[in-house]
Design a protein around this ligand. Structure first.
Ligand code: NDP
Length: 475
């Protein structure tokens, strides 16, 4: 293995304030309560900043600001709204390096990923939906589709700025105004986005950012002034939200958990499949709702594939997320690390065999080595529950029908992968897999033009593409 000299990205480019207020009606305002929380760098446990904790009164203020901005924003010609969105997209591109470093500091993901995946996709989402803003009448939702009003949006910590873009870009393009709550552990890029809204001269109240914890999210989704709720996060909280919104007039989209099968047939190109497996489960430390966390490999090639996979995992570099050579960064929080540990221990206790490459772990921060479980049975918790960490469960199959049956044997239905040289087998499998996204001979590829969303306990509604407009229009 090569030895690499450290190549750290400089953090001087980001200017983190010691303390942040709430972004309401185009202004930074102080919350009514005294409570604040600290956001830390999960790679070092260093406190990065103090962030306001929005209570019900603050959420109310934000929703009212969004409601006041709605008549002006929604009446604006689509071509004018597009200009703001294009401007935001260009500012994001201009500030991409700064935002990538900030994301890596607050989230723990490798800079290579925030720089090369998250930020280009964030800008692409704003560009893409800017393009739709003046073409809504041609989107297939009737001649004069109308926006819904105020969108209350709650996002998780795994792709903080990208999830913000997935939520805010289509909402604004359609003429809605927004109150967004970022996750408690990763608020900083959403707060930087608030500054970008000011830089773009976005009219006050069109975007409002309220920070806080689960209670702030609950106050937002339950606020009577909210017309549309968009949530990405755990199935458990998604269920709570669906329950509390049932019977109200609010429109709801839920993007929840997953336990995707990545199926490798015996004719698959092995080296490519190994790269796809690594990208499927170790990208973003496995903190990916559509992660390929269940590897289903045809028995005839299982031994060869596992050997190649282990060899490849031995070359992954875990450590400083700001180092451009790093493949695996830090786990986002102590709570998430505890959850990954608990499920991994359950895997061992239930009889699966655990393996990790030799991998030095830094002294401070939250870390978990890339881990592979073999001898996994369908009934094991590690095959059924979302671990949301760098942990792969390997199962085998003999026939394509068995592969599809095992892949579909899950309460989730967000994504799947199929590796084969045969187009007919790929299409046969893809048409039988109950998953919102099926990748073939690749994994974890995202594009703003492509709809994304789940079946079953992975949620409902689609984000991205033309389909993503529907969630923000009265159709
Ligand atoms: P949550 O679902 O709790 O968090 C997602 C977002 O919802 C956060 O902004 C959170 O705020 C907010 N929230 C929490 N409770 C409520 C509520 N009652 N009403 C409205 N909003 C609420 O996920 P966690 O961060 O707790 O992660 C737990 C597990 O969920 C993970 O281990 C993983 O398995 C899964 N997960 C799945 C994701 C996906 O994309 N499918 C994304 C994130 C997690 P706050 O962060 O401040 O608590």
């Amino acid at each position: 293995m090569f030895e690499y000299a450290p190549a750290p990205e400089s953090r001087d480019i980001v200017d983190i304030r010691p303390s942040y207020g709430l972004f309401i009606n185009g202004e930074w305002v102080e919350p009514q309560g005294e409570e604040r929380h600290k956001t830390v760098n999960p790679a070092t446990e260093e406190v990065l900043a103090e962030v306001a904790w929005a209570g019900e009164a603050d959420v109310d203020r934000a929703v009212q600001a969004a409601a006041k901005a709605f008549p002006v924003w929604s009446a604006m010609p689509g071509a004018e709204r597009a200009k703001y969105l294009f401007r935001i997209a260009r500012i994001i591109q201009e500030r991409a390096r700064e935002l990538a470093v900030l994301e890596t500091l607050d989230n723990g993901k490798p800079i290579r990923e925030s720089r090369d995946v998250d930020l280009p996709l964030v800008a692409a989402h704003f560009f893409y939906y800017a393009g739709w803003a003046d073409k809504l009448s041609y989107a297939g939702f009737g001649p004069d589709p109308r926006p819904l009003g105020v969108a209350g949006q709650v996002i998780p910590w795994n792709f903080p700025l990208l999830m913000l873009a997935w939520k805010i870009a289509p909402a604004l393009a359609c003429g809605n105004t927004v109150v967004l709550k970022p996750a408690e552990t990763t608020p900083l890029t959403a707060l930087a986005f608030a500054d970008i809204c000011r830089q773009a001269d976005l009219p006050p109240g069109v975007v409002n950012i309220v920070t806080g914890a689960g209670e702030t999210g609950a106050a937002l989704v339950n606020h009577p002034g909210v017309d549309k709720v968009a949530f990405t996060g755990s199935t458990e909280v998604g269920r709570l939200i669906a329950r509390s919104l049932a019977g109200t007039r609010k429109k709801l989209t839920l993007e929840l958990g997953g336990k995707a099968a990545n199926i490798v047939f015996e004719d698959a190109p092995l080296d490519q499949a190994v790269e796809g497996i690594v990208n499927g489960i170790f990208f973003n430390q496995g903190h990916v709702c559509c992660a390929g966390s269940r590897l289903l490999v045809q028995e005839s090639i299982a031994a060869d594939l596992l050997e190649a996979l282990k060899r490849r995992l031995g070359t992954l570099r875990l450590g400083d997320p700001l180092d451009k050579n790093t493949d695996i960064g830090a786990i986002n929080s102590a709570e998430q690390l505890a959850k990954i540990r608990e499920l991994s221990e359950a895997g061992e206790a239930e009889g699966a065999e655990r393996w990790s490459p030799a991998c030095p772990i830094p002294d401070r921060g939250y870390w978990f080595p890339p881990t592979v479980f073999t001898g996994v049975a369908q009934s094991h918790r590690i095959a059924r529950e979302e671990i949301f960490g760098p942990v792969l469960s390997v199962l085998t199959f003999r026939t394509p029908a068995e592969a599809v049956e095992k892949a579909n044997n899950t309460p989730y239905g967000l994504s799947a992968g199929v590796w084969t040289e045969k187009g007919s087998l790929m299409l046969w499998a893809a048409s039988r897999l109950r998953a919102g996204v099926v990748w073939s001979n690749t994994f974890n590829r995202f594009d703003p033009t492509s709809p994304f969303g789940g079946y079953k306990e992975s949620g409902y509604g689609r984000e991205g593409g033309r389909h993503g407009l529907e969630a923000y229009l009265a159709v």
